[in-house]
Design a protein around this ligand. Structure first.
Ligand SMILES: [Zn+2]
Length: 114
């Protein structure tokens, strides 16, 4: 399975909660690492477990991207997503579970909110 497939399966398993995970490179292969979503309203937002982040970094080194799902609505980032992306200084991917589309953005991208 590709990391995109792994991430999509995780998103399906977590629904109606938002799933979240990290993209790393291990032995020259991109790999999706599923993480826990600690948000109180985890159907509408996500808070990636900082322990999962730290463990992943310890084990695999550089975090290449942050991935989360939108079980409802579209793959388009929310205002909070755009702010958190800038804060994380990482590339982000959003999986639209309903739309089956992906949205990729970087902290430097100018994105119009809906
Ligand atoms: Zn989001």
């Amino acid at each position: 399975m590709t990391w995109q497939q792994d991430a999509f399966v995780h998103a399906e398993q977590e629904a109606p909660r938002e799933s979240c995970g990290l993209l790393i490179n291990y032995q020259n292969e991109d790999k999706y690492i599923p993480c826990k979503n600690l948000a109180l309203h985890n159907d509408l937002q996500f808070l990636l477990d900082p322990l999962d982040w730290a463990d992943t970094e310890d084990k695999y080194g550089k975090i290449h991207a942050v991935i989360h799902s939108h079980p409802i609505g579209t793959e388009h980032p929310s205002e909070a997503d755009i702010i958190s992306c800038k804060r994380s200084n990482k590339t982000w991917y959003i999986i639209g579970l309903k739309t089956k589309r992906w949205f990729k953005f970087k902290p430097t991208d100018k994105i119009e909110t809906l």
